[in-house]
Design a protein around this ligand. Structure first.
Ligand SMILES: NC(=O)c1cnc(OC2CCCC2)nc1N
Length: 326
């Protein structure tokens, strides 16, 4: 039997460490120095080593498992992860808006989001606890990479409310981490990654979670499988609700009242994309209201209520080899 003071201390440490980690990795606003975090973390590790029965699934010590996996189990997505129809110019944006207005009979607002150039992932939570993380795969069947996604510090192991939902978002490697990783690989005579997206994909496909844990991956969440699992009635509200639950969401989002505002946003970020700490390959434009999304529906592969405006490729970087990851 463990004395109450130790049980209480372990709970205190877990909550304190998860809060510090949230501030550092999700809000990018640490409230304590690293050494404070490290000493509390070590105190929790010592308690859990002495009393393994005190380990909980949302303990920060459980992020980096020791196991090397044999392979990845398949995961069936009950709600498919749709892809997006791409457009490349202003005319196509206007045509999209015309189709939407014709179908709905009136003007609509759009939520604009930066199109993060990473890997789509889905995160399932039951009663606020992370139970499964998976790749998009072909949209219907993905791979279970829960162990690897648990090492991504900006992914909460426990939400701020004990809700049950499946969140979807992009897992990416920040540009700085990408440059550092390739530098190390070159020094070690290994192949370098062609771009941060490939590096993120390669890191999430690692069978050894300890390697994934060192790749400094991050995430931006942007939707849920079933909008009824949120109280929001629009995409813009839903992004705020996801943020309030403890997820990292992209702060450059904008609610646009007209397609002209959408185009201004696109031009604005075509200029700014080089200064962002992560790679984007365009802008995702979504009809904001969920009821209007439902009215517009889906084609076989993509929603009729969203499109991706793709930027022209940035000036080709000197790439030694383009490593194709499936
Ligand atoms: N790469 C992104 O940043 C991104 C991708 N997808 C979506 O939306 C899904 C949900 C409905 C169809 C596509 N939003 C995004 N921001």
């Amino acid at each position: 039997m463990v004395e109450d003071s130790v049980v209480k201390r372990a709970k205190e440490l877990r909550e304190q460490l998860n809060q510090y980690s949230y501030e550092y990795y999700v809000k990018d606003a640490p409230s304590v120095e690293d050494f404070v975090y490290d000493s509390l973390y070590q105190e929790l590790v010592d308690i859990e080593n002495r009393h393994p029965e005190l380990v909980t699934e949302d303990s920060p010590t459980q992020r980096v498992g020791g196991r090397v996996l044999e392979g990845f189990e398949k995961v069936v997505h009950n709600v498919p992860l749709y892809s997006l129809n791409d457009v490349f110019n202003k005319e196509d944006i206007t045509a999209f808006d015309q189709r939407v207005q014709k179908a709905l009979g009136h003007q609509v607002s759009y939520t604009c989001e930066l199109k993060i150039d990473g890997l789509s992932v889905s995160l399932r939570y039951e009663d606020g606890k992370l139970v499964q993380g998976a790749t998009r795969g072909d949209g219907s069947v993905g791979e279970d990479i829960t162990e690897n996604l648990k090492t991504v510090r900006s992914i909460p192991l426990k939400l701020k409310n004990s809700v049950t939902l499946e969140a979807r978002g992009e897992c990416y490697m920040p540009k700085k981490s990408f440059m550092r990783l390739n530098q190390n690989r070159e020094e070690e005579g290994q192949d370098i990654f062609a771009n941060p997206r490939n590096a993120a994909a390669g890191s999430l496909r690692q069978l050894d979670t300890k390697i994934t844990a060192k790749r400094n991956l991050s995430t931006f969440l942007y939707s849920v499988a079933d909008t009824n699992s949120l109280s929001s009635s629009s995409q813009y509200e839903a992004l705020q609700e996801l943020e309030d639950l403890g997820f990292q969401t992209n702060q450059e989002r904008k609610l646009c009242r007209s397609i002209d505002e959408v185009w201004d946003y696109i031009e604005d970020f075509q200029e700014k994309r080089g200064d962002l700490p992560y790679e984007i390959d365009g802008v995702v434009i979504k009809v904001n209201d969920f009821d209007q999304q439902e009215t517009l529906g889906y084609t076989v592969k993509a929603p009729r209520w969203a499109i991706a405006y793709k930027f022209p490729p940035e000036e080709a970087q000197t790439v030694i080899r383009d490593i194709q990851w499936p």
